[in-house]
Design a protein around this ligand. Structure first.
Ligand code: 2F8
Ligand code: CA
Length: 123
């Protein structure tokens, strides 16, 4: 169903960058269909220059940001002032290009953005 194309290899993982926009949950479901999940970011080098959903949320406990694999947030690249839970309804993390670098913002999970799937190669 999904052609295994448009995957980018970088440092032990394959990445797929979407060409359409979906909610955070629908983005995850798309990644699952590709044998992947939303991107988990461990270093600055893994950032991308698009406004995209990443695999980080505080949907379980407000203010406790965890990656989809359950790992704690070690390095973070929040834009200054974020996450701010604006309107008390921002539980999903998006990444966007601000001031010459990629930074994160918390946004409503129902917003529709592009997304990045990550498939680890197991090395
Ligand atoms: O100023 C930062 C603020 O900007 C927007 O709210 C006005 C963002 N909202 C969306 O992207 C939906 C906030 O998340 C962001 O904190
Ligand atoms: Ca925010």
């Amino acid at each position: 169903r999904y052609l295994k194309q448009n995957w980018i290899y970088f440092s032990g993982s394959f990445y797929y960058i979407s060409t359409t926009e979906k909610s955070w949950q629908d983005s995850r479901i798309d990644c699952w269909g590709r044998g992947a999940d939303l991107i988990i970011i461990g270093s600055k080098e893994e950032n991308f220059q698009k406004r995209v959903w990443i695999g980080l949320s505080d949907r379980q406990i407000e203010g406790r940001w965890i990656w989809l694999d359950g790992s704690a947030l070690r390095k973070s690249f929040w834009y200054p002032g974020e996450p701010n839970n604006d309107g008390d309804r921002e539980d999903c993390a998006e990444m966007k290009f601000f001031n010459k670098e990629n930074s994160w913002n918390d946004a409503p999970c129902t917003n529709k953005y592009f997304w990045i799937c990550e498939k680890k190669t197991g090395v």
